[in-house]
Design a protein. Sequence first.
Length: 158
Amino acid sequence: MTILINLSIVLITFVLTEFSAWANHKYIMHGSMWYFHSDHHKKDHDSWFERNDLFFLMYAIPSFLLILFGAINGFAWYAFVGFGIALYGLAYFFVHDIIIHQRFKILTKSTNLYVLALRRAHKMHHKHLGKEDGESFGMLFIHPKYFAEARKLKAAGK
């Protein structure tokens, strides 16, 4: 039973972190912390790294501390919250940096409808070069309209 509870904590935290990431992206990254996020919306970069890459610390530090102190205290429930945040961070890296932005040249030719919809939603997010008038701030849960657009593009062979 304890394993089921701990797994539930990890999965619930993972899902809630998507909503947290959406809010942070919309209101913090496209708000008071725009300076750090703005280079992510530019096509030309001086470096492979972006100032935007620092945002992982918003999740990595609390995740690490929750796991550390939870482990010290006999793997208390909050360790599994930390694992859920860490799992989301891993998913974010895989989906955002590898699949969407292709910072590593693998999985570049996917025809999977979900992947195409993700890329479409993110492309629409990046069409706005400034911090205002943005759309599609989430990562994993995307609006159904992007699935419809992806289906049309897939049917047209694009």
